[in-house]
Design a protein around this ligand. Structure first.
Ligand code: GDP
Length: 444
């Protein structure tokens, strides 16, 4: 995601390191390099101009601060300006006072609308909502069915016209879906609308009619980050033809540049609210301008990681495990539970990619695969509860059985058992040092 831009900006800013003072000429040169980086990343020209002008002005006028050296000050300014073009504050969904909240999706065909409907539904369920998907794309053959399939995967029902009743009128379907939501107590309605390969009047009119009929609380414009500069033109066409209250960027996994998408907020004045970065339902998250900016600047995205961790881990369970780490009582059972929680957060390479400095280890990250963890899980699952509590008791023949049952070599079972005791000892020592509950220096 934004890899090229991230690489370039990081190296421009790194060149400033260790400088005592920055002359005007230094600032101009840096601004020039940032400009090239943004243009190469496909950021729209007017956006680049504003951005560079801001950076120059602020860097030149930067008050000498005791806390930051000149290079750090430039990094801080670039970061703040990046946050600003990305929209500043995180914009959350605005929910209706009287449910259901109606969210309408608009965008070109292939932009990822239907997939997004499923992702958004699943995300809302995670937030305690009870969404209903509504199929108003009645033009593309199979679109209704596709929405039903994503809905099923997300565990959310889909409202669609009865098959066999002709094509149906999307405006009518949208209207009736609100009654259905009230009846069945869905507090959010997500209306998927028809898209075309290019912007066309009829599609715009239909979307505008649906908007008029159901008065959505949010109209989300879904845009494929891979379409380059066209993203900006399409956004402008939708703004004028239908109007929208927020933007969803999709396929951020596919484009190394993605700068056009970054321009959408500045050009249309509407905030980016969500980002999609893969075909699976969980490849999706709320968009946080500050976090995206630090990710682009190679500062990692520790906040996202923390939030995902909070969702994945059961607090009591995690605390209990932490206490056991301190007292050296951690068992393989606990280890398995924690590992399952970590894995709920997504592929390990993605998690590592959010850490600061991850930009520089892309090649290594590409090689991280989760099959090793699958094997560890299989081995632990093959053990009895008593064995998980104290793997020392596993004798040679049981080791052979476990290896066979989990499809691994005996060596791997031995490794796990041996390393478990070493790791437990090490964790206990560390826990003491960092004051974990129950740790050697942590009381209890
Ligand atoms: P719609 O025509 O706007 O409803 O678009 P779809 O939801 O059918 O998506 C079009 C294609 O893009 C499908 O093959 C999706 O699997 C794929 N897609 C959607 N979102 C993403 C994403 O974030 N990343 C990637 N790589 N593919 C996506």
């Amino acid at each position: 995601m934004f890899d090229t831009l991230s690489d370039r900006l990081t190296s421009v800013l790194q060149n400033l390191r260790g400088r005592g003072r920055l002359s005007e000429a230094d600032i101009d040169a840096t601004a020039r390099e940032i400009r090239i980086a943004l243009l190469e990343a496909d950021v729209a020209l007017p956006v680049v101009r504003t951005f560079i002008a801001q950076i120059k002005e602020r860097a030149k006028g930067a008050e000498v601060s005791g806390a930051l050296n000149p290079a750090q000050q430039v990094v801080k300014i670039v970061n703040e300006e990046l946050v600003a073009i990305l929209g500043g504050e995180t914009r959350r969904l605005s929910l209706a006072k009287n449910p259901p909240t109606v969210i309408m999706l608009a965008g070109l065909q292939g932009s990822g609308k239907t997939t997004l409907a499923g992702k958004l539904a699943r995300w809302l369920v995670g937030q305690g909502h009870t969404p209903l998907l509504v199929a108003c794309d009645l033009q593309r053959p199979n679109a209704v069915n596709q929405l039903q399939v994503v809905g099923e995967r997300a565990g959310v029902p889909t409202y669609a016209p009865e098959p066999g009743n002709g094509v149906g009128d999307p405006v009518d379907v949208a209207r009736r879906s609100i009654d259905e939501a009230r009846r069945a107590q869905h507090d959010v309605v997500i209306v998927d609308t028809a898209g075309r390969l290019g912007v066309d009047e009829e599609m715009m009119r239909q979307a505008a009619d649906i908007r008029e009929a159901v008065q959505p609380d949010e109209v989300l414009f879904v845009v494929d980050a891979m379409i380059g500069q066209d993203a900006v033109n399409t956004a402008e066409a939708f703004r004028d033809g239908v109007g929208f209250t927020g933007v969803v960027l999709t396929k951020l996994d596919g484009d190394a540049r993605g700068g056009a998408a970054l321009s959408v907020r500045e050009v249309t004045g509407q905030p980016i609210m969500f980002a999609s970065n893969g075909e699976k339902l969980e490849d999706f998250d709320a968009f946080h301008p500050d976090r995206m900016a630090s990710r682009i600047l190679g500062m990692g995205d520790v906040l996202t990681l923390i939030e995902q961790a909070e969702q994945a881990f059961d607090k009591d369970q995690a605390e209990a495990a932490a206490a056991k780490i301190g007292t050296g009582e951690l068992t393989l059972e606990d280890f398995l539970e924690q590992m399952l929680a970590v894995r709920k957060m997504g592929p390990i390479a993605n998690l590592l990619g959010m850490l600061p400095g991850a930009g520089q280890m892309k090649d290594q990250l590409a090689q991280v695969d989760d099959s090793h963890l699958d094997r560890l899980q299989a081995i632990i699952r093959g053990m009895t509860p008593a064995e998980r509590n104290d793997p020392k008791i596993i004798n040679a023949s049981r080791r052979q059985r476990i290896a066979k049952g989990s499809g691994v070599a005996i060596r791997e079972v031995n490794d796990l058992v041996n390393r478990f005791y070493e790791a437990r000892k090490m964790m206990q020592q560390m826990a003491g040092r960092f004051g974990f509950p129950g740790g050697a220096r942590g009381g209890s």
